[in-house]
Design a protein around this ligand. Structure first.
Ligand SMILES: [Fe+2]
Length: 262
């Protein structure tokens, strides 16, 4: 049984910048990391599925590097629409890439884990998998064979029923959906971006989206503007074997870190 800690949408800032939405992203991240350090030091990886920072600024990535180091967990980072590949790689030069994309794969406990780069070429906030990236993904599906496939990507490939968020999902998904539909083995998609816990099925395989460690978007299923909610931040714990994948969600009420009680 392997264990992954999954975080997303940290929206960290340079210490001299204003907090996004008036909420300190570093304090919220630290509340999550405090519990992770106390209860999940045995994890095999900590995976952060994009929007690591709020604005293009290498100092915000330096903040992240400083926070991750004491955990002594191997970290895997993805880019989201708020990220900048060059700034990220200047602070985390060890992050792997394919062509010019922050897109890579590895084997963990007999499963293949893919970390996709869905940053749009035109700088917009929606997601994109261009032909170059799709070619690499198809090759990775071949390499995985029958092994379980865990696919992390920032942008969900389908609507979740919140119009203001659905506009910003992954675009032109037909090639990706076709590829998934041909796959018979275990596969699971893990997405960020929507700042909500969501689960479902798409192209024949389950997907999950995770709330942010910073602030959440409201479950507004009629309006066309993004609305923030007061729901607490959180993270998830993923366990997997050759036969099953489970996702446990954990809320971290702001300013407090709950511990086990008897
Ligand atoms: Fe985000």
């Amino acid at each position: 049984m392997k264990k992954l800690i999954w975080l997303t949408d940290l929206h960290l800032v340079d210490p001299e910048q204003d907090w996004p939405a008036g909420v300190d992203p570093l304090a919220h991240l630290r509340a999550c990391l405090k519990e992770i350090e106390a209860l999940h030091a045995d994890a095999d990886r900590i995976i952060i599925s994009g929007d690591l920072i709020q604005l293009n600024n290498t100092r915000a990535y330096e903040v992240l590097r400083r926070e991750l180091e004491p955990l002594h967990l191997p970290h895997r980072l993805l880019v989201g629409n708020h990220d900048d590949r060059d700034a990220l790689l200047s602070v985390f030069p060890e992050v792997d890439r394919s062509d010019s994309f922050v897109q890579y794969a590895e084997e963990v406990g007999g499963a293949r884990i893919l970390y996709l780069d869905t940053l749009a070429s035109d700088g917009n906030h929606h997601g994109e998998l261009c032909p170059t990236r799709m070619k690499w993904i198809a090759e990775q599906f071949e390499t995985a064979g029958d092994k379980p496939l865990l696919i992390f990507l920032h942008h969900p490939p389908c609507s979740i029923g919140v119009p203001a968020l659905d506009r910003l999902k992954l675009q032109d998904t037909a090639p990706f959906a076709d590829l998934l539909r041909t796959r018979r083995g275990l596969a699971h998609l893990f997405c960020g971006h929507v700042h909500r816990n969501v689960s479902g099925l798409w192209a024949g395989h389950p997907f999950a989206a995770l709330k942010s460690t910073h602030v959440q978007f409201d479950l507004d299923m009629t309006g066309d503007k993004l609305v923030r909610s007061t729901e607490p931040p959180g993270f998830a714990v993923i366990h997997f074997t050759n036969e099953q994948i489970t996702v446990n969600y954990r809320d971290i009420p702001t300013g407090t870190v709950s511990r086990h009680s008897t």
